[in-house]
Ligand binder design. Structure first.
Ligand SMILES: Nc1nc2c(ncn2[C@@H]2O[C@H](COP(=O)(O)OP(=O)(O)OP(=O)(O)O)[C@@H](O)[C@H]2O)c(=O)[nH]1
Ligand SMILES: [Mg+2]
Length: 335
């Protein structure tokens, strides 16, 4: 059955998961119909809390996401009339580091799938890593409009693309685990900078205390200014600055999950109260629109110009007649 974008948008807002899945696929395939549905739904976005979960392969991200979701679905939270609806996006950038992760995710996530309040979506990149963060943001926007209160995005922290995906979220959790090697993985991968919350999972394993200590030290070094004021209440009871808490967990035994959930909620309050949410959203939107503009301009350029012309300019660069800068100048002159 072929549906118009308007009816698809409507179906999504009234909870039709089949149409939701279909539209997410359209979006992943850069189908203009999917983009149209997203645009129709966009006004309804802005309610959900987006949480990114990243870290080295095998640190326990899926297990933690799983446990957070079941915790929130089963343990009533203060001031909540009903359990939150939760969407999980498992992003597999198909990097050599995470080969096979997707299948594992599906298996381990299975115990959640009977719950109608949880929606799980696996996403794989089809080569275009640069666009994956943007597609993830679009997918999250549709889930937001669909009414999910919490959207968790799991990505393997193995490179710049993953860091980018994680930073599309409002709260970023970096998962580390002991025994991954001599160096602390999260520090090495440059993940500390994007962490709002750090978790040392597998605290049942040897070396967990050392990992915790190393992360806490590294974090303090990264916040040399005003350490006395960090996470300390100002007059109105809110922290002045956010020092990422370093928590420990044994996800497989459900230990530390409550504390992670509390930290997420506290970070959300901090974002709203400090105005940082607005600042970050503006930055994210600028980056998003700039990216789409660049894509669009390049697309339209190529659509209007014969490939032969472009190839000719490349030949000139290869013959050292043009520098790459001159090549662009020449292409733009003819545009
Ligand atoms: N000992 C121990 N094992 C754990 C803990 N948490 C997870 N594991 C195990 O570690 C393995 C990897 O867990 P996952 O949750 O799949 O890790 P992941 O980070 O999602 O893995 P990728 O997505 O492949 O990067 C599984 O066998 C888990 O059962 C923990 O706290 N302690
Ligand atoms: Mg995983």
């Amino acid at each position: 059955m072929k549906l118009e974008p308007e009816s698809m948008a409507e179906a999504i807002t009234s909870g039709d998961r089949l149409i939701l899945s279909r539209v997410l696929t359209l979006i992943e395939n850069y189908d203009p119909i999917g983009i149209e549905v997203l645009s129709l739904l966009f006004q309804r976005t802005g309610r959900a809390h987006l949480v990114g979960i990243t870290g080295a392969p095998g640190t326990g991200k899926s297990t933690i996401v799983n446990r957070i979701a079941s915790y929130l679905r089963h343990v009533p939270q203060e001031g909540q009339l009903k359990p939150p609806e939760i969407a999980i996006i498992a992003v597999d950038p198909s990097s050599p580091f995470s080969g096979g992760a997707l299948l594992g995710d599906r298996i381990r996530m299975r115990d959640l799938s009977g719950d109608p309040g949880i929606f799980i979506r696996s996403m794989a990149s089809r080569g275009a890593l640069g666009g994956l963060a943007h597609t993830t943001a679009d997918v999250a926007a549709v889930l937001d409009a669909a009414g999910y209160d919490l959207i968790m995005i799991e990505t393997v922290g193995a490179g710049q693309a993953e860091v980018e995906i994680a930073s599309t979220a409002q709260t970023t959790i970096v998962i580390d685990a002991p025994g991954l090697g001599d160096d602390i993985q999260a520090i090495k991968a440059g993940l500390m900078e994007i962490a709002d919350i750090m978790v040392v999972n597998k605290a049942d394993r040897p070396g967990a205390k050392k990992t915790l200590k190393a992360l806490r030290n590294a974090l303090m070094l990264g916040h040399p200014s005003k350490p006395a004021k960090l996470n300390q209440a100002s007059e109105d009871g809110q922290p002045e600055m956010w020092l990422p808490p370093v928590l420990s967990a044994v996800a497989t035994r459900n230990e530390g999950i409550e504390e992670i959930v509390a930290a997420i909620q506290e970070h959300r309050r901090y974002l709203n109260h400090s105005g940082l949410n607005t600042v970050r959203e503006r930055e994210r939107r600028i980056a998003q629109v700039e990216y789409l503009l660049r894509e669009r301009l390049a697309y339209e350029f190529h659509a209007r110009h014969p490939a032969k012309h472009f190839d000719g300019v490349i030949e000139k660069v290869l013959a050292r007649e043009f520098s790459p800068h001159q090549a662009v100048q020449s292409l733009m002159q003819d545009a």
